[in-house]
Design a protein around this ligand. Structure first.
Ligand code: UDP
Ligand code: MG
Length: 324
């Protein structure tokens, strides 16, 4: 497989690494990535000018100092420093949009090396075979705690039920042709859900499977609360199915309410009306709860519209490394 793709022109690759408080791990990660780039270069899979772009997402530790040092020491690292913490997807986009005029293929990978670097070569082989996007797919989540695994399984099942184009087990480890990234630039939405947008852009794509590894150092920046919010973000920025579910639930409730009304009228004439108190109380609470949930879901979408309408920038670049 490698021989066949080695014959095609080696592509210039930019590896985008989002970093939020990663001073303890970024140096090692960059070393590993450079070694891999060199190995792939010797196989003819990537060009010698391939490089790494570290995006400092408003870290509060010495991440930026580390990145500046790496840029100087290796000569293959560029750095972008965002003016504040804009969040993982925005950091990725900042890296992608700053480099797609300068590289043929853009790869995004986390700073903690939880994604298996050894599959990068297979990604590049697929690009050699004409694929424009290659998704890294986690086949094993052994290192994640059980609740996180269950939550992930539930989320992917729900997402694919509502939106058929979800790539199960795919996070943000992927490679994309520069052309796909310029198409991505035309998606102006502020609520960026990259995992969903790439399948939406289309083009021939492939998947590479890998096992998710332990974080090399430092701590996960995603607490359960943040993960839940990411899942909710994914659902509400990508499908309006919850709104439809609200509507159908309303219809069913309306039918039930109709039947109950008939029963209440019948009871008013034929029985002791006081007896109905418990069922009434029950109905009242159930309906109020459903109303509240429905309003909440509507509110979520309205909130999203509000954010989109303001059209704020997704990220602000404070500075870059000297030649970046
Ligand atoms: N990250 C970021 N901004 C944030 C949070 C995280 O750029 O606000 C980066 C982080 O440095 C890492 C990647 O996103 O490179 C994934 O984060 P993490 O490893 O904490 O997530 P997990 O792997 O635990 O889901
Ligand atoms: Mg991680």
């Amino acid at each position: 497989m490698i021989e066949s793709s080695a014959s095609s022109k080696a592509r210039k690759v930019c590896i985008v690494v989002p970093c939020y408080n990663e001073e303890g791990v970024i140096g090692h990660t960059v070393d590993v990535l450079i070694r891999e780039l060199e190995r792939m270069n010797s196989l003819g899979l990537v060009s010698a000018g391939s490089y790494i772009c570290c995006v400092d997402d408003g870290s509060r530790d010495g991440t930026w100092r580390e990145i500046l040092g790496l840029a100087e020491r290796t000569g293959r690292v560029q750095g972008i420093k965002l003016s504040a913490n804009f969040g993982h997807p925005n950091a990725l986009v900042a890296g992608l949009f700053s480099n797609h005029h300068n590289a043929d293929v853009l790869i995004t990978i986390d700073a903690d090396l939880q994604d298996d670097v050894s599959v990068l070569a297979r990604m590049m082989e697929y690009h050699g075979q004409g694929k424009l996007v290659v998704y890294g797919v986690r086949v094993e989540r052994k290192v994640d705690p059980l609740p996180k695994r269950i939550a992930a399984a539930m989320f992917y099942t729900m997402m694919s039920a509502m939106n058929g184009r979800t790539v199960r087990g795919h996070a943000d480890f992927r490679s994309a042709d520069a052309r796909v990234v310029s198409d991505l630039e035309r998606f102006g939405e502020v609520n960026l859900y990259l995992r969903g947008i790439f399948p939406l852009i289309g083009y021939p794509s492939a998947q590479v499977n890998y096992e998710r590894l332990e974080r090399h150092a430092g701590e996960s920046k995603y607490s359960y609360v943040k993960l839940m919010s990411l899942a909710w973000q994914g659902i509400t920025s990508f499908t309006t199915t919850p709104l439809r579910i609200v509507f159908y639930t309303g219809l069913v409730m309306f039918l039930i309410a109709g039947m109950i009304s008939l029963w209440v009228i019948w009871a008013a004439f034929n029985g002791d009306p006081i007896q109905g108190w418990s069922s009434l109380a029950l109905l009242l609470t159930t309906f109020s709860a459903i109303n509240m949930i429905s309003l909440g879901i509507m509110g979520e979408y309205i909130g999203k519209i509000y954010k989109e309408v303001k059209h704020r920038p997704r990220y602000i670049i404070e500075t870059t490394t000297p030649d970046g």
